[in-house]
Design a protein around this ligand. Structure first.
Ligand SMILES: *Cc1c(COP(=O)(O)O)cnc(C)c1O
Length: 457
């Protein structure tokens, strides 16, 4: 499969290129030049596959000669062998509503599903090219832990994770800072998530620095994450679709997870609507319901993994909406940067064919956790509650699957506020409360961060 950048569709890249680079040099996002849907017959043949076999069928066309299908199959099986449920994910029924639990991986959030695979993709690559890779990533809480677990102890590879000091939940922090592997470096930045993200971008943009350390990235714009996430849309469809098109509700921040659903639809899966569920950082809800894509200041909420105003992956959708015209997309991204972009009626119509949206504020989120616990004796995390609440507000509970993105024990404060109960860590992870934490506290200063990285490798 050939890949291009959303801002220049003339230059062709291989999967290996785009996997290792993450972001295109022109600032655009990598996507396939074209996506060929599976035929009805092919999709029908996927019906009874195990999660791992299904993953191999869906991922294989995207990776070209990066590895053989046999290697891919064994790598998938290795990636998911430590999940706490047999088929990677679980589907739970809450009355009419189906909940797709994606949090049974090692760090209790959906991000493990893609990240475990990516960790092994790096390892595979390093079997052939032994030039040491340094991965630098910013996290608002869940990405960092998933990356660390996926990359800890891997040969010829270091991982540096920047998190905003004191702005993530203690469980989220401990899952990162109690890792004892010598190739893992945690940095607490005195600033917010945007500061962390800007530091990483500045390091990437400093070509001399990034080349000298052979820098790579695993944030949510990496295309490999999108394909790994498309798999569970298929899996859910085969389990509960009953031959009818399904809608999916997705708690959304960076537009990555829901874009994977859009990709599944492009691959031929009968998906009706994709529901963008946001907290009060509602740029995507304003955009999809009325075309208003103006950025506001990020607010802290009880769903911190969605406290985002720049939904990077949205660019991939806009490229499609603009009929795959990379010049137009490039101009449009400049408008977005200057905060002068409004989606016009025609484009909005195209978006609304596939997407609808809703927003829950913090009180509504807490109320929803309580309501679900009262009615179904099930505790859901606050992000999942936003996904469920959106479906209820829209009144489309029938034939709808909500993606449950994190284990409730990751966000104990919200759970206590809602139902006055403590949600415990799974036994296999209790150790994080006992082990000593290790991280470096640095000010929001690019020179200091670069120096720390240089001195550590
Ligand atoms: C990252 C994350 C999200 C948002 O996913 P995006 O791909 O950024 O839209 C939602 N819920 C949880 C728990 C997350 O960790």
């Amino acid at each position: 499969m050939e890949y291009i950048s959303t801002r220049n569709n003339q230059k062709i890249f291989t999967f290996k290129d785009i996997f290792l680079k993450g972001l295109a040099d022109d600032g655009g996002l990598f996507i396939p030049k074209s996506v060929k849907p599976f035929s009805k017959e092919e999709i029908n043949n996927f019906k009874n596959l195990s999660y791992n076999d299904l993953a191999a069928e869906i991922i294989n066309p995207f990776i070209g000669d990066f590895m053989s299908k046999d290697d891919l199959i064994s790598l998938i099986s290795k990636s998911y062998s430590n999940f706490r449920t047999k088929n990677v994910v679980n589907i739970n029924k809450l009355g009419n509503l189906k909940v797709l639990e994606l949090f049974h991986g090692p760090t209790l959030a959906f991000k493990d599903i893609a990240m475990q695979l990516i960790g092994n993709f790096y390892e595979h690559h390093l079997n052939f090219e032994q030039k040491k890779i340094n991965i630098v990533v910013a996290t608002s809480g869940d990405t960092g832990a998933a990356a660390i677990d996926a990359l800890k102890g891997k040969k010829n590879l270091n991982v540096f994770v920047l998190h905003p000091n004191n702005r993530i939940s203690p469980v989220q922090r401990k899952l990162m800072t109690t890792c004892e592997a010598s190739n893992v470096f945690n940095i607490a930045i005195q600033g917010n998530f945007d500061d962390c993200q800007n530091l990483v971008k500045a390091m990437f943009n400093d070509e001399k620095f990034s080349k000298s350390i052979n820098m790579s990235g695993v944030n949510s714009i990496n295309w490999a994450r999108i394909i790994a996430q498309a798999v569970y849309y298929f899996y859910a469809y085969f389990k509960v679709g009953n031959g009818q098109p399904l809608s999916f509700s997705v708690p959304t921040g960076n537009f990555g997870d829901i874009y994977a659903g859009y990709l599944a639809k492009k691959l031929g899966l009968p998906i009706d609507k994709l529901v963008v569920a946001t907290n009060k950082n509602d740029i995507l809800h304003r955009a999809i319901s009325g075309g208003d894509y103006s950025q506001k200041k990020v607010m802290e909420t009880n769903t911190p993994s969605m406290d985002i105003q720049i939904a990077s992956n949205f660019e991939r959708l806009l490229y499609d909406v603009k009929d795959c015209n990379s010049e137009v997309t490039k101009d449009l991204m400049i408008k977005i940067k200057n905060n002068t972009y409004k989606i016009d009626t025609e484009d909005l119509g195209k978006i609304q064919k596939n997407f609808i949206s809703e927003m829950l504020d913090e009180n509504e989120t807490i109320e929803m956790i309580k309501k679900i616990n009262d009615e179904h004796q099930t505790v859901v995390d606050p992000h999942t509650a936003v996904g469920i609440g959106a479906v209820k507000k829209l009144g489309i509970e029938k034939n709808c699957v909500v993606l449950s993105t994190a284990h409730p024990c990751k966000f104990p404060k919200a759970i206590e506020d809602a139902i006055f109960k403590t949600e415990n860590l799974p036994n296999s992870l209790k150790y994080v409360n006992e082990r000593k934490e290790k991280f470096e506290l640095l000010s929001n200063d690019i020179q200091k961060v670069k120096k720390y990285v240089m001195n550590s490798i």
